[in-house]
Design a protein around this ligand. Structure first.
Ligand SMILES: [Zn+2]
Ligand SMILES: [Zn+2]
Length: 353
């Protein structure tokens, strides 16, 4: 464990990271580097962990991220993505001010990264959003031993245990076999969930065309251009009603229960989200077939990750912080909630591309 590694030889110059990483109104600020990580408003210099809209916001004068994340930002925001966009490949190091920065895969969505910071004899890992299970659409999470691990806690309660993905996809395929004349419309988040669900369906042997709401098309095209195989996709908007009978249609969560979906043939309304574990959320959305598929770590993955990185100190950024702080403290880890604001329960809310 790096903690032991760092503490075996006491370093008189070692500065505890809470002295050089601060929570400011704009977000997490790395003072000796003069940059923010995933700032909630435009700043001079930002490091962006991934392309979801609550992490990658427009208007920063200078933004650093993986090439995948920058491609997503450019597509979603155009010119507003930032004054200058600087790519940093996974594993490469860069010196910014008095800090060494490295990006390491987070396994969340294409391009997603943990930010590894070294300064004053300490290593801090800001993980952004992450998950630990297999996902064909992005590089897998890499645990990096560190002195302070900064973690999300979107599903940070022991009741959140995501079932195996292929079992959830099996439910969808089973329903399609039971109701071959009905359309199945599945609500998916445009960035990540959509493409992951498609690759899961393909892995389960579903090789028919998959129909897409227009809002999902640009990011699918981008994923493809970056080498992610998605099979045959067709626009749902131009397809005839008869063609969509028995078909699988993917749409943003906001579209599955409205007029757009009602033109489909007697649709079965499904939704793929970690929140589908909560029956009431499924009901609120008029979801008949909830599929528990998430791009965030569940409780077991969060706890396992704390073990894997072996950090003696953990900061929890957003989500359900208390239970994870309590769990970590019980394991002898110093833990606290940072109470960062501005991060949404993105798994459910976003509509557009
Ligand atoms: Zn995210
Ligand atoms: Zn997030």
């Amino acid at each position: 464990m790096s903690a032991a590694l760092h503490h075996d030889r006491p370093n008189p110059d070692r500065q505890n990271p809470d002295r050089w990483i601060k929570v400011l109104p704009e977000g997490l600020y790395v003072e000796p580097g003069g940059f923010f990580i995933d700032p909630v408003r435009a700043v001079e210099r930002a490091v962006i962990t991934h392309g979801h809209s609550d992490h990658a916001r427009p208007g920063n004068r200078h933004a650093l991220a993986t090439p995948g994340t920058l491609a997503i930002m450019r597509q979603r925001m155009g010119e507003a993505a930032g004054g200058s966009l600087q790519p940093l490949e996974y594993g490469e190091t860069l010196r910014i001010g008095d800090v060494t920065v490295r990006l390491v895969p987070a396994g969340h969505v294409l391009g997603s990264a943990q930010v590894v910071l070294e300064h004053g004899g300490s290593r801090v890992v800001v993980s952004g959003d992450y998950k630990r299970r297999f996902d064909r659409t992005c590089a897998p999470f890499e645990p990096v031993p560190c002195d302070v691990f900064v973690t999300e806690a979107t599903f940070g309660l022991p009741v959140f245990r995501h079932p195996p993905d292929l079992g959830e996809v099996g439910k969808l395929l089973h329903s399609m076999a039971l109701f071959p004349e009905r359309s199945h419309v599945v609500g998916v988040y445009a960035l990540g969930k959509c493409q992951r669900l498609i690759t899961l369906l393909r892995a389960a042997g579903y090789d028919r065309p998959i129909y897409l709401h227009g809002a999902l098309e640009p990011l699918c095209a981008l994923y493809r251009s970056l080498g992610v195989e998605l099979g045959e996709l067709r626009p749902a908007t131009v397809a005839a009603k008869e063609e969509l009978a028995g078909a699988l249609v993917l749409a943003p969560p906001g579209a599955i229960a409205d007029r757009w979906a009602r033109r489909l043939a007697d649709p079965v309304v499904a939704m793929a989200s970690g929140w589908m574990r909560v029956r009431q959320r499924a009901r609120q959305r008029g979801v008949e077939l909830p599929l528990v598929i998430s791009d965030h770590a569940d409780w077991d993955e969060l706890c396992r990750t704390l073990d894997d990185v072996g950090a003696p100190e953990v900061w929890v950024t957003h989500g359900r912080e208390e239970a994870l702080v309590h769990h970590a403290t019980g394991r002898g880890i110093r833990a606290c909630a940072l109470a960062l604001i501005g991060f949404e329960e993105e798994d459910l809310e976003e509509v557009g591309a």
